[in-house]
Design a binder for this molecule. Sequence first.
Ligand SMILES: [Zn+2]
Length: 299
Amino acid sequence: MTDSHFIPRMAFTGAKLDHVEDKRDILTLKTYLKNPKARALMLINGKPAVTKEGHLKTCHPDDLVGQNIIAPGPMFLGLDDEGPVFAFALTDDQSMTAESEFQEMRAIASWLDQPSLAVAGRAKSLFDWHYSHRFCSTCGKESQSTAGGMYRHCKSCETDHFPRVNPVAIMLVIHEDHCLMGRSPGWPDKAFSALAGFISPGESLEEGCAREVKEEVNVDVHSVKYVFSQPWPFPSQLMMGITCQTDSRDFKVNKKELDDAQWFSKETVQNVFSGSDDSFLRPPGFTIANQLLRYWLAE
Ligand SMILES: [Zn+2]
């Protein structure tokens, strides 16, 4: 097998933001907020504002004065080529929505330009983390968003809490020119995708991959190979794309985990991607599973 020269088009990456983690004191953040080139994204319940023309909607932070802004207040996402970028979470009774719509991240993921989607995804993941980590896990008191939302600080016990990213192994199980994919309960008809699961404390990416495949389809894998990764803002996973090999096409679906699993030949996958075969519904283009299949086809 030769190495692929496939270049992934990975949704939620490519933000081109300098997070400026070393200079986020209150004075600096105030200067950024007043910078004439500062831009603010707006989100309601994790849904970013987009324009009718199909762009991420931004305004100057000053334009949001008087709007109902939800804690943790302005989140400083970082600096890009144009200037400081902030995100604001708004209540869902805003009057400023006439020229824009707040849309589900999954809905805009298929058409929004890649850098904008990455910025919106970063904002959503950070807000989701702040919402679910209001209280200190050490002493139980309410903590405060600090350094423009980079972390939370508990004044009661002086503990800092940093946003959490959850690692997930997502893997294409391969035997010769076939790959094994599964479908979860509730998925649309014919929808199949790469197997996936959270990495557990105490295991490596390779061990997590092997365990998940064993649990879901009772298949032993080897030659686990990391390919590429994707930040996934639902709410904050790091999807780590993997290929792995097995020596047999025997499998047994664990019905507690999956509805079904099936081997697909490279030819079938190729034809599904080119639209001449509908043996399965391919994973959406903004998913790493889609990119992993394309990588395998190009191999
Ligand atoms: Zn505390």
